[in-house]
Write a protein that binds this ligand. Sequence first.
Ligand SMILES: Nc1nc2c(c(=O)[nH]1)N[C@H]1C(S)=C(S)[C@@H](COP(=O)(O)OP(=O)(O)OC[C@H]3O[C@@H](n4cnc5c(=O)[nH]c(N)nc54)[C@H](O)[C@@H]3O)O[C@H]1N2
Ligand SMILES: Nc1nc2c(c(=O)[nH]1)N[C@H]1C(S)=C(S)[C@@H](COP(=O)(O)OP(=O)(O)OC[C@H]3O[C@@H](n4cnc5c(=O)[nH]c(N)nc54)[C@H](O)[C@@H]3O)O[C@H]1N2
Ligand code: SF4
Ligand SMILES: [Mo]
Length: 715
Amino acid sequence: MAESASVQHRRACHLCEAICGVIIETRDDQIVSIKGDPDDPLSRGHICPKAVALQDIHTDPDRLRKPVKRVRSAAGEFKHVTIEWDEALDLAADGLVNVIERFGVNAVAAYFGNPAVHNYGLLTHQNALFRHIRTNNRYSATSVDQLPHHLVSLWLFGHKLLFPIPDIDRSQYFLMLGANPVASNGSIWTVPGVKQRLKDLVARGGQLVVIDPRRTETAELATSYFPIKPGTDAWLLLAILNTVFDEQRVNLGHLASLVDGLEQVAAAVAPFSPEQAAEQTGISADAIRSMARDMAAADGGICYGRMGVSTQRYGTLCQWAIQVINIVTGQLDREGGSLFTLPAVDQVAAASPGGFGRHQSRVRGLPEFDRELPVAALAEEITTPGDDQVRALFTAAGNPVLSTPEGHHLEQALEQLAFMVSLDPWINETTRHADVILPPTSPLEHDHYDLAFHVNAVRNTARYNPPVFERPEGALHDWEIFEALGARVAQRLGVTPKPSMPPHAMIDAGLQAGPYGTHTEQGLSLARLQAQPSGVDLGPLKPQLPGRLRTPNGRIDVAVGAVLADCERLLADTELATPGYRLIGRRHVRDCNSWMHNYRRLVKGKGRCTLMMHPGDAEREGLTTGDWVQVQSRVGAVDVELEITEAVAQGVVSLPHGYGHHRAGTQLNLAQQHAGVSCNDLTDTDYLDALSGNAALNGVLVQVQRAKSPTAVQQ
Ligand SMILES: Nc1nc2c(c(=O)[nH]1)N[C@H]1C(S)=C(S)[C@@H](COP(=O)(O)OP(=O)(O)OC[C@H]3O[C@@H](n4cnc5c(=O)[nH]c(N)nc54)[C@H](O)[C@@H]3O)O[C@H]1N2
Ligand SMILES: Nc1nc2c(c(=O)[nH]1)N[C@H]1C(S)=C(S)[C@@H](COP(=O)(O)OP(=O)(O)OC[C@H]3O[C@@H](n4cnc5c(=O)[nH]c(N)nc54)[C@H](O)[C@@H]3O)O[C@H]1N2
Ligand code: SF4
Ligand SMILES: [Mo]
């Protein structure tokens, strides 16, 4: 029999924010190879080792192809039983409606995880279900991540999605805090092949200054690297502002007539002298002054900070200070500085700008943002009796047991729920608690458009990919599950469901009406994109102010009251002086939050879930590499193998997140053999950025001692 011919599919890798173009070669229903797409105008052929694992997701025997329900066995243990779609959707609708009818709509909580942003049907169709469940108890991974960025964008620029994007390819000076793009491939900054772009910056004589408590893979490329005491970046940033004002280096450039509130900001940062900041941060006053001078003098300068500064106790203050530094040094909205994008489907035009503090969480009074509450409040909302106590939970594409603070306590809380349903392809550490799991098609079985990440990209491009494989008979896409479940919930509540158009039709409409739409020279439509499957180049980022601003008065007011008040909180803060080790996280290029440990090509080799400690600290504690240590915080303890390295600063210990797969009852067979421990069994739901409610996952105070019973193999 003759072999069938192979077919090449142009596609996006949806695993991280770099959205690299790939070429997937298939023969019949098999994947023959996955390579970078050199014709992709954004990624230009770059991929990382995770791209090849797209095939592992598709073929993963542990990936659910049919819904399952959880039943108690004769021995009293839970097991999962495969069921048909009709039964599953009825069970899910009955479970949710039952709780709504008995306890009201706020008794249903929802949690959306990170992959929801990488899978556009999960973004476009949530409302098909949630227009019938208008609960105040919405949560997502945003509040263990980028919440401060949204808040600052709302306050300064008038829209939660107006992020200034580092224009790296034309920059001469880059001050980077709390980010490790060489491992993460960039975040709130879609910049495929970032390592080469950073090397190019240095090669053309530019400076890359990295501030991080760990000498990361990115710090290795830097022209200067400064270790910082975790959680003290706000001091550093405010001292940079202090210097810019003190030395009269304010130069607003073309924003001069647009910016209000400079005097109040100058007054607020006056107490933060470089000398005092040096004491707090461990970075010398001279170095801090140089950062201010270099930013102000650079012909294209960028100040950028990510996870390490967002998820600490002054996350919002840090992100505000970063943007104010960009503004007062004249580096915002200019080439080589930070620029706003103009994506083909313009989410800034389509999505609500966001709002803050319009309601609070019931138990602790934490503020909502964009109709979501901080996820640090979820467990207490389930366990604390009273009106509006959470009794049912819907999760989609999330694993909060491993990814949110005090995950071990959330895990216990989940067992108190009257009902839980998960939209997820796996029985993971969270979904194993669900009464019903509704699995969507594999990523390669549905079409793809990057609704979220074109908004953050270093170049304006657009790309649409049809599915690589036909879906199996009966299988439903994520968005179709929202539609089907929404219709059933509506019917039970006695309201008429509104069918919506499929995601690709929404994209077509968005493209046609967008800034490069049918009324323009580019004439973009879905058909146009389909004719260019590697993507359409729409050119480099350009200055767009004031036109792009969405503030009510069309101006930028840097004197945000809540932020200026937070400067006072920082001045009075004594927490950072408490002695003890400070725990920080870390990412590895072959990890993907909590969910890609089930693939041999990504987990092979030496175990990566180790606690890093400085040799000086280890010597004082009498510990050596390979020892098992117990790490203890206010809320929990884990036993983990020690790795001694000069990469972490003294007084700092580092543990990656997303491990802890030993939990019984999951169905992630290989991941369980590479279980590791969850660093979110140490992070603390009381340890927050008080301004936003975002979790402070970095800087957590811990004790480290030799483990009581040294474990020979990693759990
Ligand atoms: N200590 C500490 N904690 C952290 C972090 C940290 O740096 N340190 N990082 C935080 C950050 S930035 C984030 S974004 C969060 C992530 O936290 P989460 O979003 O809660 O968790 P993920 O690990 O991304 O897992 C998402 C789940 O989605 C499912 N999934 C994958 N693809 C699909 C799909 O196409 N459809 C559906 N329906 N489901 C899918 C998988 O089962 C996977 O387990 O973790 C946060 N937690
Ligand atoms: N390979 C891989 N790539 C990923 C992910 C993944 O899990 N694995 N996750 C994706 C997701 S969801 C996100 S949000 C992005 C995150 O993308 P990044 O923010 O670039 O990634 P991190 O590695 O979390 O970088 C945070 C850095 O902050 C440092 N840090 C910790 N505490 C402090 C502090 O107090 N001050 C300063 N200055 N630095 C501090 C840490 O040492 C670390 O190097 O990555 C995405 N890409
Ligand atoms: S950097 Fe890696 S994981 Fe991220 S999109 Fe590119 S290939 Fe995929
Ligand atoms: Mo994230």
